[in-house]
Write a protein that binds this ligand. Structure first.
Ligand SMILES: Cc1cc2nc3c(=O)[nH]c(=O)nc-3n(C[C@H](O)[C@H](O)[C@H](O)COP(=O)(O)OP(=O)(O)OC[C@H]3O[C@@H](n4cnc5c(N)ncnc54)[C@H](O)[C@@H]3O)c2cc1C
Length: 297
């Protein structure tokens, strides 16, 4: 345990596998699940000490090495979870769970947030990834966010819009880890009968349950869709890689773009499987599959 000041205590050597959906990754040198008012001091402390900060929401789109992370790991999903309504906005803290935001919008009689129901991440992680859907009802974070507050390394806070940062398919500037997303404001525009929103939401969830291996530890889609081509899973399937296993990591037989941890998989197993898939698909189709999962290192 390390005290930064009377109100902030850091844990040491916390196992990060417990904070990712893949259940993989070594320990954090320093670790905290902060309250919002502790964040400016934390960022400033790490900055002045020359310690790198790493942000984790629910760890549903990251791969952490078996050696762990040598800096300060800040996890949001248990302590920064408030969601409220302010006029025509939903204001959610960075660690708020996306399905909770989806249900909150439905309860208030607004459509447009159904796509968040099956994405098991936080608001901050989803913003950084520009998370979204290309199937079912296509939509992504950029289309529903009004603005958001970020904390800079020196402890200053700025309010930004999506136009202020570079946004692409499953990526934004925020992935460089220089700014911490404190809270996100979503626009409520599409008024709808809550019963209709709920029905659409549950249909969407049922569709996911049919097509995705939700009973295994995964990080969702491993690779991005191929621009102008097909979904990554199609190429992996056609290359005959469904069911391929390295160590305890396996290409799902339900959805070829998902890699399952069969219990005890290491980051090395997953990295080797990713490299093997990329090489086979490149040889067969001349296409390079880019990872959608973010390597936190
Ligand atoms: C079963 C399953 C289904 C999925 N389905 C989808 C889907 O349909 N669509 C989709 O897009 N994704 C999907 N994903 C991937 C993932 O859930 C999303 O990308 C999600 O938005 C990531 O949120 P997170 O909180 O888990 O982020 P993390 O994985 O914790 O982090 C992702 C990145 O965001 C950064 N980050 C996290 N919090 C902050 C913060 N507060 N400030 C700045 N940076 C931050 C991290 O440092 C990291 O670089 C799925 C994953 C699983 C396991």
């Amino acid at each position: 345990m390390k005290k930064i000041d009377s109100s902030i205590q850091l844990l040491q050597e916390v196992l990060l596998a417990d904070y990712t959906t893949w259940k993989v990754g070594g320990t954090a040198r320093w670790f905290i699940e902060p309250k919002a008012d502790q964040m400016p001091d934390l960022m400033e402390w790490a900055n002045t000490q020359g310690i790198k900060s790493y942000f984790i929401g629910r760890g549903s789109n990251i791969l952490i090495d078996d050696e762990g992370l040598p800096g300060l790991v800040i996890v949001t999903c248990n302590s920064l979870t408030e969601i409220c309504r302010e006029n025509n906005l939903i204001v959610a803290e960075s660690g708020a769970f996306l399905p909770h935001v989806s249900k909150f919008a439905a309860k208030h009689g607004f459509a447009g947030f159904e796509f968040l129901i099956g994405i098991p991440g936080t608001v901050g992680g989803a913003l950084a990834m520009n998370a979204g859907l290309t199937v079912f009802r296509p939509r992504e974070m950029v289309s529903v966010v009004e603005n958001f507050d970020v904390l800079n390394a020196d402890g200053s806070v700025e309010t930004l819009t999506m136009q202020d940062i570079n946004v692409g398919y499953r990526r934004t500037d925020l992935l460089n880890g220089e700014r911490f997303v404190l809270r996100v404001r979503f626009r409520l525009e599409e008024e709808e009968d809550p019963a209709v929103v709920r029905r659409n939401t549950f249909e969407h969830l049922a569709e996911r349950k049919r097509k995705q291996p939700l009973d295994k530890p995964t990080a969702g889609s491993t690779f991005k869709s191929v621009p102008g081509g097909k979904g990554a899973g199609w190429y992996i399937d056609q290359a005959g890689l469904k069911g391929l296993q390295i160590g305890k990591a396996r290409v799902s037989s339900v959805h070829a773009n998902w890699i399952e941890n069969l219990g005890g998989a290491t980051a090395k197993d997953i990295r080797q499987l990713i490299a093997h898939i990329q090489s086979k698909v490149e040889i067969q189709f001349g296409i390079h599959l880019s990872p959608e999962v973010h390597f936190l290192e």
